[in-house]
Design a protein around this ligand. Structure first.
Ligand SMILES: Nc1ncnc2c1ncn2[C@@H]1O[C@H](COP(=O)(O)OP(=O)(O)O)[C@@H](O)[C@H]1O
Ligand SMILES: [Mg+2]
Length: 284
């Protein structure tokens, strides 16, 4: 199960002098029950790509296969919109209703759900997003802290029970406890089978959460693979305008100085032990 993009491209205002190719030849898969992190500089096309995968933006070329079904034309955007939830950048600004319950239940209510069923759906979504429904449902969304607002917005997305979840920099601006809670929520969703794509600039987040990482540069996937391999692909990261994690950067510099040392991501303690061992080798 998953969503596969095959040679997908997207051009703004195609066929006009203003035409601008923002995504080209994108091959990318998002599997169920995994966390894929998407990285890339500002302007690389990350948000546009999220728009494509969530069915909000229609591609200019290529095709999209969801759960083994090749979706063409308009049916693709409809099918994606039904299956994919998206938490936009600064999602706390999406809150609008007078209570958290109304905000979270907005989507299902729009689809005709009401009464006890709707209440139950709201409670379930709040719990999944890490907010106690008893406490938060009756409150005004504007009385919440930033982290709580972010989770209320997430609950609103989860109320549609998406099979896939896309999040655009979900942890930015959150303090450490806020981040930890968000990460725990995402890990739980992954365990329950949701395929998750996170746009992030934070290596710690990538190390902690990602099963796979994709790097976007100028509208193309420059690098894609297992987290460990991407984190240590120093040259490709540089080509995408990204710096690797600091520890990896130190190891790469030491190798450049001639020290025979594996380029691997480990804890600071293991990295220090590795450096000490390599130095001892040189001295001995
Ligand atoms: N409505 C638009 N019309 C024309 N170009 C756009 C529009 N929206 C975004 N772009 C351009 O598309 C490129 C990718 O933008 P975006 O997907 O927001 O990148 P990212 O999220 O990686 O910062 C940028 O160069 C941006 O200027
Ligand atoms: Mg963006």
């Amino acid at each position: 199960m998953g969503i596969a993009l095959n040679a997908v491209g997207f051009t703004y205002l195609p066929g006009t002098p203003m035409a601008r190719e923002v995504l080209s030849s994108i091959d990318l898969e998002l599997h169920s029950a995994e966390i894929l992190c998407l990285m890339g500089r500002t302007g690389a096309g990350k948000s546009t790509l999220l728009g494509v995968i969530s069915g909000l933006v229609e591609t200019t070329c290529g095709d999209i296969v969801m759960d083994g079904e090749n979706l063409g034309g308009r049916s693709v955007t409809r099918a994606l919109r039904n299956a994919v939830g998206i938490l936009m950048q600064s999602s706390e600004r999406q809150l609008f209703a007078e209570t958290v319950a109304k905000d979270v239940g907005f989507g299902p209510h729009n689809q005709g759900m009401s009464g006890e069923k709707l209440k139950q759906r709201v409670r379930e979504s709040l719990s999944r997003a890490g907010l106690d429904p008893e406490i938060y449902a009756p409150r005004s969304p504007f009385s919440l802290s930033e982290g709580e607002m972010r989770r209320a917005a997430l609950a609103g997305v989860l109320s549609m029970r998406p099979q896939y979840l896309l999040l655009d920099e979900p942890a930015s601006g959150l303090d450490l406890p806020g981040r930890r809670q968000l990460y725990a929520t995402l890990e739980e969703l992954r365990s329950s089978g949701v395929g998750i794509l996170i746009v992030t600039h934070d290596w710690e987040e990538v190390e902690l959460l990602a099963d796979r990482v994709a790097v976007l540069s100028r509208g193309r996937i420059l690098l894609e693979g297992e987290t460990e391999d991407v984190l240590t692909a120093v040259d490709e990261l540089a080509a995408a305008g990204l710096r690797p994690p600091a520890l990896v950067e130190v190891l790469a510099e030491l190798r450049r100085l001639g020290l025979e040392i594996p380029l691997r991501l480990s804890s600071p303690r293991e990295t220090a032990a590795m450096i000490a061992a390599a130095l001892q080798e040189v001295a001995g």
